[in-house]
Design a binder for this molecule. Structure first.
Ligand code: HEC
Ligand code: HEC
Ligand code: HEC
Ligand code: HEC
Ligand code: HEC
Length: 349
């Protein structure tokens, strides 16, 4: 609410400044002449006030945005050089410029993700500042090219994907099919870490443990992008719009599910993934890969694991951390779970 008030104050300032400068409109005197055109043929009156005006548009966006996890989450305190690229505004903007995935220094006074992080706000002081900071494809933390552009040409997903991506797990799996070579990570937090949504949607993350190329992607891959579902028609500040909480309005547009989706567990697909993950975790625990004592649910680091078993564990974390329970890419998530379970069963678990 404070933000809205500050903003309204700023907007009020702009408008009163603009009317003083350009219309000299007072109660006593006659109306002055219209404001002169700005330089380069641009109407000076139409810069700040293109955004700072009496329309409720920005107020509505701020209202929605303030309810988002970006605004309310607690992780902006993560300002270390290797967390700042995704956890605060300054770190993101610095890395956008440098192309690195670490900032040069710890970010002091970290600002949460805000209008300026994603939009060009106050770069040219015109309405073109609503443009996004980036829609370009880029080299991700794993050194691979990421491009979330859809068939329809929407590239906004590249903005989200810069933060919502996998991070490097060390030691790296070099042959996910190997049942002979082993690896022993030292961190029980082994895995792709949080925010695996973009490689999940694009079908570029996780491992093909059978090496048979049979893992497939759902229809969503390459045809839908983050804001199609997370930025759909806003329902107040509860979902859609700049809350970025997915809602069924996004699913039900005529070109897509056209009213058929009443909840996210469409055709029971989320239930299939949730149950599959529970079975997979249970079998990984029986095989001694998932820890059941010190850090339940994480990697058992007291022994080495074959690359294949470690890849199954990684896939399990990849799907769990995606958190859409199959919505982003059901075929890929389900295929990885089935392959993992089948292999563990072949070992007798
Ligand atoms: C593209 C739209 C746009 C234009 C053009 C624009 N602003 Fe803003 N301005 C914003 C937004 C959005 C915010 C709110 C930022 C936030 O809350 O994070 C803002 C916030 C502000 C604030 C509050 C303090 C701050 O920085 O957050 C001031 C003061 C301000 N603008 C002044 C101006 C002036 C002066 C101009 C013209 C020279 C201008 N703005 C042009 C969109 C715009
Ligand atoms: C600057 C990095 C960054 C960008 C860009 C970004 N996100 Fe995020 N996002 C985060 C972080 C960090 C969190 C977790 C915040 C927290 O909980 O403290 C998050 C949380 C979320 C959540 C809520 C997850 C939860 O905890 O339930 C959703 C949904 C989301 N982002 C969607 C998007 C979409 C859609 C886009 C693109 C329009 C996007 N994000 C762009 C970093 C980013
Ligand atoms: C490449 C971008 C990126 C980097 C670098 C990054 N994170 Fe995150 N992190 C995210 C995103 C995106 C989310 C939100 C994911 C979601 O909600 O699904 C997140 C979520 C988190 C969460 C919340 C997890 C939860 O379950 O609520 C914590 C804690 C966290 N990160 C810690 C860190 C720390 C500590 C570092 C630095 C060592 C770091 N992150 C580096 C992108 C990143
Ligand atoms: C996490 C990134 C992110 C943040 C933070 C964010 N936006 Fe956006 N915004 C987007 C995306 C993505 C779009 C859709 C752009 C598109 O479809 O081309 C958008 C669209 C818009 C539009 C419509 C622009 C147009 O050209 O029609 C406005 C206005 C807007 N945002 C205002 C805001 C304001 C105000 C804030 C701060 C309260 C804000 N946004 C914060 C990502 C963000
Ligand atoms: C086809 C629609 C669709 C697309 C495209 C999509 N999402 Fe999702 N996403 C969902 C749904 C539905 C959920 C699950 C919501 C639930 O179960 O509450 C979800 C869950 C999430 C979550 C977990 C937090 C939450 O809201 O439950 C994050 C974070 C997220 N998505 C980010 C992204 C990002 C980033 C992209 C683009 C790389 C993306 N999503 C693309 C529909 C989509």
């Amino acid at each position: 609410m404070k933000r809205v008030l500050t903003y309204l104050f700023a907007a009020g300032m702009m408008i009163s400044a603009a009317s003083l400068m350009f219309t000299s409109c007072t109660k006593e005197g006659p109306q002055g002449p219209a404001g002169a055109n700005g330089q380069d043929g641009q109407d000076a009156n139409a810069t700040c006030t293109q955004c700072h005006n009496f329309s409720d548009m920005i107020v509505a966006k701020i209202f929605q945005y303030d309810a988002s996890q970006h605004a309310t989450g607690s992780t902006t305190a993560r300002n270390a050089v290797d967390c700042s690229p995704c956890h605060n505004s300054q770190g993101f903007l610095e890395c956008l410029e440098t192309g690195a995935w670490v900032t040069t220094e710890i970010i002091q006074n970290p600002a949460p993700i805000n209008c300026r992080t994603c939009h060009l706000i106050h770069e040219t002081y015109t309405a073109t500042d609503w443009g996004l900071r980036t829609e370009a494809s880029f080299t991700n933390c794993l050194g691979e090219t990421t491009d979330m552009t859809t068939e329809g040409g929407n590239a906004t997903g590249n903005l989200c994907a810069r933060c919502h991506q996998s991070r490097l797990a060390t030691p790296e799996i070099t042959d996910p099919t190997s049942t002979t070579t082993t690896l022993q990570p030292t961190s029980y937090r082994y895995g792709p870490h949080h925010g695996t949504q973009s490689p999940m949607l694009a079908g570029t993350g996780g491992y093909d443990i059978n090496g048979d190329g049979l893992l497939a992607n759902s229809y969503h891959t390459g045809r839908t992008t983050c804001v199609d579902c997370h930025g759909a028609t806003a329902a107040g500040a509860t979902s859609g719009g700049h809350t970025l909480w997915a809602n069924t309005a996004g699913c039900n547009i005529p070109a897509c599910h056209d009213g058929a989706v009443t909840n996210f567990d469409y055709e029971g697909k989320q239930t299939i993934i949730e149950e599959g993950l529970i079975t997979l975790e249970h079998k990984l625990a029986l095989a001694g890969v998932v820890d059941t004592v010190g850090h339940p649910g994480y990697l058992n680091t007291s022994v080495a694991h074959t690359q294949k078993l470690l890849a199954i564990f990684y896939n399990y974390k990849f799907i769990e951390e995606d958190r859409s329970m199959g919505i982003h890419n059901f075929k890929l998530a389900n295929g990885m779970i089935e392959d993992g379970i089948a292999y563990l069963e072949s070992l007798g678990y």
